[in-house]
Design a protein around this ligand. Structure first.
Ligand code: PSU
Ligand code: MN
Length: 309
């Protein structure tokens, strides 16, 4: 039985679900603060939570409020992160000690959300896209902490792959080296977030939530202690917008280089420029794919929890 400890603040719904062994789905908060503008961010965050609930799982949006990792946010907390936007610190694994020790607020990235999810007893996490090896990463060494977290934290991350702002082939190589299971959902190709195709073959394919849940179970039984990427391609009907977005991506990459953007500012800069250059089309596609991921991820969580009971 899971012991809920006072390192975390659990929402009552999440605490009850975890104690009763019911499925819980973690959701990140950087996507709310740095990934989308207000008010679309709060609206999407709320709708994603509803999608998870409709599938019979309990949503647990994770953020740090006043130095406390919160597992499941109140409406006020969600509103606070959404309104503050990039004024809230973007927190990856390395930032956790500072934010906690100083009692600050923080929006958690994939790496920090995975870590906090695992420590609080949650094994399924839904988001839009994961970070990866940035283009030119072979010399800048700009490789997202999301990838190393996937190597050492046993959480399944349901996402739409990695954006083509990243170096997708190198991202997949890095994940292989670090022993991360990567499966594409109902496709043979690793998806590129806005587009269903990246030109890279996925290491394996899963055709149902049960197949994913069985791999999670095998990973757990053999104590691999590493995470899993479940890459779900953007729904075809949202992909048309994706083509327009590809043009914006190319421009955004040039601008980032011209403006010498570096470090943790790179991804938020690119996301915002892609949104502006595509006149909001990237945002529409983003919202659609996240909801699709939430539906499938919640389904995986339900099936996985049935396997265990
Ligand atoms: N990719 C997206 N949307 C996002 C992010 C990535 O399509 O919001 C966010 C996630 O929180 C991810 C983080 O964990 O950016 C990765 O940042 P970096 O590249 O600095 O590691
Ligand atoms: Mn980086």
């Amino acid at each position: 039985m899971l012991i809920l400890n006072d390192l975390f603040v659990y929402s009552p719904e999440v605490a009850r679900a975890l104690q009763e062994g019911r499925p819980v789905v973690a959701l990140e908060s950087t996507i709310i603060s740095h990934g989308m503008p207000y008010p679309q961010n709060i609206q999407t965050a709320t709708e994603v939570e509803e999608v998870v609930s409709q599938q019979g799982a309990v949503p647990a949006t994770i953020a740090i409020i006043g130095g406390k990792p919160c597992i499941g946010l109140t409406r006020e907390q969600l509103e606070h992160i959404a309104k503050a936007g990039p004024a809230v610190r973007k927190v990856s694994r390395r930032d956790l000690p500072l934010v906690i020790a100083k009692g600050l607020d923080g929006a958690t990235t994939v790496s920090a959300t995975m870590l906090l999810a695992a420590r609080s007893g949650i094994n399924v996490f839904v988001t839009g896209g994961i970070g990866g090896v940035h283009r030119g990463g072979e010399s800048t060494m700009d490789i997202s902490a999301d990838l190393t977290e996937l190597a050492r934290t046993p959480v399944a991350v349901i996402c739409a792959g990695a954006k083509s702002v990243l170096d997708i082939p190198r991202t997949l190589e890095f994940l292989e080296t670090h022993g991360v299971t990567v499966t594409a959902y109902q496709t043979d190709e690793f998806p590129a977030f806005f587009t269903r195709s990246s030109g890279c073959k996925a290491p394996c394919r899963s055709d149902s939530p049960l197949e994913v849940a069985c791999m999670m179970h095998a990973s757990q039984q053999f104590q691999l202690a590493s995470g899993m990427v479940v890459a779900v391609p953007i729904p075809s009907e949202a992909e048309a917008e994706g083509q327009v977005v590809e043009m914006a991506i190319q421009r955004a990459l040039q601008e980032a280089e011209q403006n010498r953007i570096s470090g943790s500012a790179v991804t938020p800069f690119l996301l915002e420029r892609i949104r502006a250059l595509s006149e909001g089309k990237s945002l529409d596609a983003n919202i659609k794919l996240i909801k699709n991921n939430a539906r499938i991820g919640a389904h995986v969580a339900v099936v996985f929890s049935n396997l265990l009971s």
